[in-house]
Unconditional design. Structure first.
Length: 94
């Protein structure tokens, strides 16, 4: 089994290609330091950014955490149904 850092690097690069974005664009979109993204894609360094950054990267690239971490082959998020909210006038009932 591949190490997590290698899986994450491969999946991140694939997601970046799918979205046609650069390292700088991912860093800007995920609101993180570009050095985190550069260190992740550098195959000479075994590095995975902090989980908070990984979450923001997955949201920016519209791919699941499970995909980036190698737990599934499903790339995109699955939109869950939101519960309906009954309304009466201006009052909302859950």
């Amino acid at each position: 089994m591949k190490p997590l850092e290698e899986i994450f690097r491969e999946r991140l690069l694939k997601a970046m290609c799918e979205n046609n974005v650069t390292i700088q664009e991912v860093a800007d979109g995920a609101n993180c330091c570009v050095k985190f993204i550069k260190a992740t894609v550098d195959d000479r360094v075994a590095y995975t950014p902090p989980i908070e950054v990984v979450i923001r990267i997955s949201k920016y690239l519209n791919c699941s955490l499970e995909y980036l971490l190698g737990l599934t082959e499903q790339y995109e998020f699955i939109e869950l149904e939101k519960p309906s909210v009954a309304t009466e006038g201006n009052r909302k009932y859950m």
